[in-house]
Design a protein. Structure first.
Length: 74
């Protein structure tokens, strides 16, 4: 019973990676649209996009870390 709950918790923690990937895809798509509409500010849009993606990627890394801890520690 306890192993099953740990597996469910690890699966839920891994779902943060899936949601992060979807969010990063939307950010990149909107950045491409913004660059297409306003090409002269491409460098500002690109740097802001990279910063946002890097910040959201930390959430996925934390989810992966928690799932690894749940699987191998408990």
């Amino acid at each position: 019973m306890e192993k099953g709950l740990i597996a469910i918790g690890a699966g839920l923690a891994v779902m943060t990676g899936m949601m992060t990937g979807r969010g990063e895809g939307e950010v990149a798509a909107h950045a491409c649209d913004a660059i297409a509409k306003n090409p002269e500010v491409e460098s500002k849009i690109r740097s802001t996009m990279i910063l946002g993606i890097a910040l959201s990627e930390t959430c996925a890394i934390y989810g992966l870390l928690i799932s690894i801890l749940l699987i191998f520690v408990y």
